[in-house]
Design a protein around this ligand. Structure first.
Ligand SMILES: Cc1cc2nc3c(=O)[nH]c(=O)nc-3n(C[C@H](O)[C@H](O)[C@H](O)COP(=O)(O)O)c2cc1C
Length: 254
């Protein structure tokens, strides 16, 4: 890598960007209304109710010490389906809403820079009880799933889009997080992008911990073909694009 490219990419990790953003000119400070907390729900969408958060308290028999201590990346999944309650727990643990403050601000169980929460959660569902195979989007405000599409050969499609990492198509469900960068740019302009990546880390860490708590398996995945993954989800690759992935399933007994 040439020196200028390396400097450019290292710059991304620094907060030096704050010195070149004129915060008086962000869309927020220009008085532009905040973008919505979640993508809109298309008319006539097929929606699936999840198990509400207040019915999830008994989901785990594991204490937090053991959940953290046992965490590791697990890439093999059993053929046992995930229950709807388990999936509801994993979605709540990664993006669940804790409190809605006002239009444009919703506090979640994970932190986010400026509470902007610029991520959406898509699921490739293969083996979850009572849910057909397909691509779904999580609606954190409603705590529902929205059916996005049911492509043929989804397992092969996601494996190819993950550069041949075929465990993504052998899961019970594969989480795919997209970034909607404008939600963060509205407040932070070009200081938005590093913190979106930091936010994604928190989300996936909560997924790992929640999976341990229910004796499930997961593995963070950041290597994939950008255009193929975005194409699979049907997002435009500009205003919204894939940034992180994690397949989940019941553990395979060794
Ligand atoms: C940001 C990030 C990206 C990763 N990408 C991949 C990936 O594309 N494929 C994969 O098999 N594992 C991936 N992993 C998992 C790591 O390989 C794993 O965390 C590492 O080997 C340490 O193992 P452990 O998680 O069991 O402690 C990723 C992990 C992180 C945090």
């Amino acid at each position: 890598m040439d020196t200028s490219s390396r400097e450019k990419f290292r710059f991304f990790l620094k907060d030096s960007v704050r010195q070149i953003v004129d915060f008086r000119n962000t869309d927020q400070n220009k008085g532009i209304a905040p973008p919505p907390v979640e993508k809109p729900i298309p008319e006539g969408a097929h929606l699936i109710e999840l198990v509400p958060a207040d019915e999830l308290h008994d989901i785990s028999d594991m204490n937090v010490f053991n959940a953290i201590a046992s965490r590791k990346s697990r890439r093999a999944f059993s053929s046992e389906p995930l229950t709807l309650k388990e999936l509801s727990f994993l979605l709540w643990a990664t993006q669940g809403i804790r409190k809605i403050a006002d239009f444009g601000t919703a506090f979640r169980v994970v932190p986010s820079a400026g509470c902007r929460h610029a991520l959406e959660t898509y699921l490739c569902i293969f083996n979850v009880e009572r849910i057909e195979e397909g691509i779904y989007r999580y609606l954190p405000i409603e705590h529902q799933l929205l059916l996005v599409s049911q492509p043929a050969q989804l397992s092969a499609g996601i494996s190819a889009a993950a550069l041949g990492q075929d465990f993504l198509g052998k899961s019970a469900v594969t989480f795919i997080w997209t970034a909607v960068p404008y939600r963060m740019e509205w407040r932070y302009d070009i200081a938005a992008h590093k913190v979106i990546a930091l936010d994604a880390g928190h989300v996936c860490q909560n997924l790992y911990t929640a999976c341990e708590a229910i004796h499930a398996a997961t593995c963070a995945v950041a290597a994939y073909h950008q255009e193929m993954m975005d194409g699979l989800l049907g997002v435009d690759g500009d205003e919204e694009f894939t940034i992180y992935i994690a397949p989940v399933g019941k553990r395979k007994m060794k």
